[in-house]
Design a protein around this ligand. Sequence first.
Ligand code: F0G
Length: 457
Amino acid sequence: MPKTLIEPFRIKSVEPIRMTSREERVRLLEEARLNVFKLRAEDVLIDWLTDSGTGAMSSRQWGAIMEGDESYAGARSFYRLEAVIRKITGMLHFVPTHQGRAAEKVLFTATCKKGDLVPNNCHFDTTRANLEYIGVEAVDLVIPEGLQPSLVHPFKGNIDLARVEAVLKSDAHRIPFGMITVTNNTGGGQPVSMANIRAYARLLKQYGKPFIIDVCRFAENAMFIKMREPGYEDASIAEIAAEMFSYADGATMSAKKDGMVNMGGFIVLRDDTWMDDVRNALIMTEGYPTYGGMAGRDLEALAVGLEEGLDEDYLRYRLRTAEYLGEKLEAAGIGFVKPTGGHAVYLDARTVLPNMPVEHYPAWALCNALYLEGGIRGVEIGSVMFGKRLDDGTETFHKMELVRLAFPRRMYTQSHFDYAAEVIDEVKARAAAIRGVKIVKQPKFLRHFTADFAWVD
Ligand code: F0G
């Protein structure tokens, strides 16, 4: 058997990408105030900013798009998607939203109040922001292994059950529900084991608390369970996903990930306790409950995409791509979150820039260096994203300084990965010349998207 795990698809339509010179990139990054979010995408060669909504759709999805029913209420496309979602999740109640954060906003508006507390393995930044905006404390309780980049553990996304129990004991009255994020994006795209999901659900039940899963990358999580958790070797991905959902009372989904579409999201709930409030919040901000924030054609593409995302050959290739880049980084002596995650590789900036003070945002500096060196766009997951400027002008810093290279689904081929590995190597060789940054302008929430930076002198 040949060893190479090939892309399990062939390419039917192509989109050119543009080479730029180093001089051009220096100018472009300066114009973007040293913030790669503000670059024009056409000035990026390999865009690994996110795996969210950036993937390639299949010919079956494009075909389904023509069947979209754009009726305002009761569209055929809604019922088609509802049937697929009920089959995958086993949950009766479903509303579409335009993306994951809208699902969060609608659900939290309907269920949380100021002073509440929500435990999670790690809240994604929009999840945290949506909670904090209402005045809810978002508490991250991932296992300690999940915070050590170089430590290998099969399920680094697991939640620390002892700490969950402590918080349930001390603050039960403040907790509207418990959450878990699969895979744990903020902690390195790391999976959560079935045993952990099951035990967490049991614990929450003991305290009478509902259990909500952020299921953006549930199919990738299911594949990790199949590959790593004893007892699941022979289960299908759909069966594993169904068991994950069986422990939950509800879920929020950004369909832009494992839904294999460019835009979309949803909420599912097992019973109708919260449904009236959810529908009210939905109608106010997203739309009528049978379309939420989505066009009929997008509901159709999602119905197909959710099924394609569960394909085992695709998932095996998908997880292998990240692992392949990880092997190249290992050979080059560059630190990264181990083992590699499902949708991304997270470089540990401290291993490339060990002497740069955290005040100069080493992960942000590395992110800029990757663009300058080879036109690659990643995203900082460090103290710009998760640090905070306090009222007295001082800052809190994040525990890790990571740069995430997230892979759009079915989009880049092996030579793109080989090229990226060479660029990263080159950046490491020139690390002494990489400059730190300071923030010159920032908003109150989610500052990494829009902040302006300058080089540290
Ligand atoms: N939850 C998780 C775990 C996510 O990774 C994201 C988005 C969301 C919720 C919000 O979904 O973007 O559809 O509103 N993550 C993207 C990323 C943006 O780049 O990781 P959204």
